[in-house]
Design a protein around this ligand. Structure first.
Ligand SMILES: [Zn+2]
Ligand SMILES: [Zn+2]
Length: 359
């Protein structure tokens, strides 16, 4: 009896072993498959989280911000908009530098505002065309010395026409004299009409550039004297020193302009007429060539990423706070967004409303 029992035990043990091993082997592919499925789920999940932020389709926007003040018709608390254009820094020296060493003032402001890391000039990357795109919502290849007016009315003309307010409620204050073109346009029925006040260059068009500290002083004076509802301020030095091929001066100019920006933000916050009713937008007209294109940071004007990629930081009562978004928007979208904030229409603007930045 003993040997057969032993044989039986052995057979049972072998069968059990095989069964367990088979079970393990059967389970292994399932586990792998499950792991693969899980990984796919994670990937899908991650993609679905990222996707609404990276696209601009209205459906995605709704998914991202399902009950905004904008969608509920509660916008907008903004009564004034000030746009500051830092002329021609590369993104790699502003927000693309993650130390923020050149823009500490804007980094402070960022905590109360919204930053776009995927914002571009998709037209001509020169000063007049860039400012034209910001102000009229159209990309035009303008002659770049101030000889040519934009074709279409700007936010300033549209605002003044819509509100009937006096000219001094809309201002263009610029270091570059050629930016006086932003005060008028070629469109029939608009030329010479509804023009904002301009304070550009030494003494207006074709008078030459003036120093940024003069523009800073003039901008403060205009704010205190007139409290404009709509204003654009241009600081030229990052562009000027870039063209001079003086890297350290170019960097210093970005830092100095950043200081002006922070000072203007602080001024707004300390002003009872402006506080909590004013939107500040900080952007660029264009960037500069990436290092491996032409003469690199010295010049600009083509379609390279360095020339196209620009900054957009905004702070105001209707915008998200302390957040960076990767939603792709572009330069011509600013005018449409300003029009929404101040409740007027851009009759000829091609831009779209930047819905994702709203509360
Ligand atoms: Zn420029
Ligand atoms: Zn370029």
């Amino acid at each position: 009896m003993f040997p057969p029992n032993r044989i039986t035990f052995t057979v049972i043990a072998v069968v059990l072993c095989l069964f367990i091993r088979c079970s393990k082997e059967t389970k292994t592919p399932v586990t792998k498959a499950a792991a693969a499925t899980s990984a796919t789920d994670k990937k899908t999940s991650s993609t679905s989280i990222t996707k609404p932020v990276t696209t601009t389709k209205s459906t995605d926007t709704v998914a991202t911000v399902p009950a905004t003040n904008l969608s509920k018709g509660l916008c907008c608390k903004t009564e004034n908009v000030i746009i500051i254009v830092m002329d021609g820094p590369r993104y790699s020296e502003t927000w693309g530098d993650y130390t923020r060493q050149n823009i500490p003032g804007q980094f402070d402001i960022y905590h109360y505002g919204v930053l776009l890391s995927n914002f571009h000039n998709m037209g001509t990357t020169n000063t007049d065309s860039g400012h034209d795109a910001i102000c009229t919502g159209n990309y035009e290849n303008l002659e770049n010395t101030g000889q040519a007016l934009p074709q279409y009315p700007s936010i300033f003309q549209e605002f003044l026409k819509a509100t009937g307010k006096p000219a001094e409620k809309a201002w263009v204050v610029a270091s570059k004299d050629k930016l006086q073109i932003l005060g008028d346009c070629q469109q029939a029925g608009w030329t010479g009409q509804y023009q904002p006040r301009t304070d550009c260059g030494i003494s207006g068009i074709f008078s030459g550039y003036r120093a940024d500290d003069t523009t800073f002083a003039h901008a403060k004076n205009v704010i205190n004297t007139y409290h404009p509802n709509l204003m654009l301020i241009n600081f030229k030095d990052p562009d000027t020193y870039g063209h001079s091929n003086l890297w350290s001066n170019y960097i210093k100019a970005i830092q100095t302009t950043d200081g002006y920006i922070k000072a203007i933000y602080d001024m707004i916050q300390a002003d009872p007429v402006y506080k909590d009713k004013t939107t500040l937008i900080i952007t660029n007209d264009h960037g500069r060539h990436v290092d491996n294109v032409a003469d690199g940071f010295v010049s600009h004007g083509d379609g390279c990423d360095g020339c196209r990629h620009i900054e957009f930081l905004a702070v105001g009562p209707d915008f998200k706070k302390g957040i960076g978004l990767v939603t792709p928007y572009e330069q011509i979208d600013i005018s449409q967004t300003v029009a929404k904030l101040l409740n007027f229409k851009m009759d000829y603007g091609k831009g779209k409303l930047m819905t994702d930045i709203f509360n």
